[in-house]
Write a protein that binds this ligand. Structure first.
Ligand SMILES: C[S@@+](CC[C@H](N)C(=O)[O-])C[C@H]1O[C@@H](n2cnc3c(N)ncnc32)[C@H](O)[C@@H]1O
Length: 249
């Protein structure tokens, strides 16, 4: 199975680090509030954060009272940043790809992931692997790019605009064709996987999960209008999709 490790590309890493530390970044402004509201009580829980990146969420979950947090990621650069900036006594960072989840021997109460599953080739296998790592009644809460956001390949404008530059519509391309997309973003060949909404839902259910909640990224309209350069597109299409899944066996 192919394992892209684009975050260890120096240019890509620096761009991500700079975007992630921007005062109004998509992660902290859009993603984190929604996934946080969907989490169960983490007090005393063993948590696995898949694709933990720079460790912001791992530290957050530690502060929310988790007993232990294991953050795994494929990127050495991301893990080095996490270790240096977002460490805590009950957090362990480990280099492990999500294609290799079967190397983990421990079980978890809660498995989370923020914006990492766009990179997995076989989403169905990933869901089955997560299910196997959860304790009974455990939760899997994750976000990823919305299928409307991945139905794009960077070779044409994301939006049709007025002459003044105002976004009129979001452009989708080949929504019904699933698979890898080679996008021009920061680097020439950035790979993400596009899947339809039904494929995501059916893979989650086929793994054995009950879907308890699904959300799409939105912000209050006044906020979007006040920061339309950055967030104006959210009026036309959701950037992220979120699921809270439960192992009820
Ligand atoms: C958009 S970043 C999100 C990081 C972090 N979860 C956050 O919310 O800031 C995606 C992360 O997924 C990681 N990743 C990509 N492919 C991976 C793989 N095959 N196995 C594990 N992690 C992977 C990247 O290295 C990167 O750290």
């Amino acid at each position: 199975m192919s394992k892209q490790n684009i975050y260890d590309d120096g240019t890509f890493f620096e761009k991500f680090k700079s975007d992630r530390s921007d005062e109004l970044n998509f992660n902290d402004t859009v993603e984190t509030p929604i996934i946080t509201a969907m989490l169960p009580d983490l007090a005393g829980k063993d948590v696995l954060d898949i694709g933990c990146g720079m460790g912001q969420h791992a530290l957050q979950y530690s502060k929310m009272g988790a007993e232990s947090v294991l953050g795994i990621d494929i990127s050495e650069k991301m893990l080095a940043f996490a270790q240096e900036n977002n460490a805590a006594p009950n957090i362990t960072y480990r280099r492990l790809a999500f294609e290799d989840l079967d190397q983990l021997t421990e079980k978890f109460d809660v498995i989370t992931s923020s914006l990492a599953f766009d990179y997995v080739k076989d989403f169905g296998e990933l869901m089955k692997g997560i299910y196997a790592l959860l304790k009974d009644s455990g939760y899997c809460v994750f976000s990823m790019s919305h299928p409307m956001a991945t139905a794009w390949d960077g070779v044409y404008d994301r939006y049709t605009r007025t002459e003044q530059g105002e976004r009129l519509y979001a452009n989708l391309r080949n929504y019904s064709i699933e698979g890898v997309r080679h996008v021009r973003w920061v680097v020439d060949d950035y790979e993400v996987y596009h899947r339809t909404l039904s494929t995501l839902i059916n893979a989650i259910v086929a793994a054995g999960f009950v879907i308890e909640e699904c959300e799409e990224s939105m912000l209050p309209e006044e906020f979007i209008r006040a920061h339309s350069d950055k967030f104006g597109g959210l009026i036309h299409k959701p950037e992220f999709i979120f699921f809270r899944c439960r192992k009820l066996s």
